[in-house]
Every structure is written in structure tokens, then in C-alpha cells.
Design a protein around this ligand. Structure first.
Ligand code: ZN
Length: 127
């Protein structure tokens, strides 16, 4: 997968998490775009599979911590189990290659990927 495909797959599959509600203030995020516009991303997106050094080689994928703050201050997490295993493994493979090619830490690559996903979601007016 290239960067564009990774972004498109992430958007398509993580969109299935919505609507989602904040357990503290009950704010409802109707869709991924509303989420991207409202919740504030926390830096340091961690892929546990990348951190372990196994990337897509892990037998059972652990997933990633993708955290954002609701305006009420509660930290909410996007559940990467929403990703199909095949997609998740393809993203991890992409992450590994990208990290090897650039020397960047997977966390920085994921934060950057996330910024691009958010940009894509908020730039696109219709859902
Ligand atoms: Zn809230």
C-alpha cells in the first residue's frame, strides 16, 4: 500500500466506529469527520505491534493506542480493532518499510499519518 491507500483504508474502516459517545459528557460524535473536527489529538500514537518490533509478523495483533481529548477533557481512544486484520497487517508492513526508509520512529510516522487522515476528513465537506 502507498500512503494514499493507507489513509483511505484507515478512514473507511475506522468510520465504522461511529456514532460514538463520550462516556463523561455524553457528546455524540456522529461520524469520523465530526470526530476529527472536535476531538483534540494527543501526540505519540503507539502501535504496540510496532513497538514490540514484530510489526505484521506478530501472530496476534495487539493494536494501537490512538488517543484524543474530548472538549470535556476526557481522553477517548479509537479502537484499532475496527481495522480488518488484513488491512491492519498491511498498514504495519507499510509502517515498517517507512520507518526503515526514513529512520523515523513509528510513533512519528503514525502521528503524521493521523494528521493526514484528519486533514483529509476535515477538508472534505461531504461525508
Ligand atoms: Zn466528553
Amino acid at each position: 500500500m502507498d500512503d494514499k491507500e493507507v489513509i483511505a483504508s484507515a478512514i473507511a474502516e475506522l468510520s465504522t466506529l461511529f456514532p460514538m459517545q463520550c462516556p463523561m459528557c455524553s457528546r455524540t460524535y456522529h461520524n469520523f469527520r465530526e470526530w476529527a473536527q472536535t476531538a483534540k489529538p494527543l501526540e505519540g500514537t503507539i502501535s504496540y505491534d510496532a513497538e514490540s518490533g514484530e510489526f505484521d509478523e506478530a501472530e496476534d495483533l495487539i493494536g494501537a493506542a490512538v488517543l484524543s481529548n474530548c472538549p470535556c477533557g476526557t481522553t477517548l481512544s479509537l479502537d484499532t480493532k475496527a481495522l480488518k486484520e488484513e488491512t491492519h497487517r498491511a498498514i504495519l508492513r507499510w509502517l515498517k518499510l517507512k520507518s526503515e526508509a526514513t529512520g523515523l520512529h513509528p510513533r512519528d510516522i503514525l502521528d503524521n499519518l493521523r494528521a493526514q487522515v484528519r486533514e483529509m476528513l476535515t477538508a472534505n465537506a461531504q461525508d
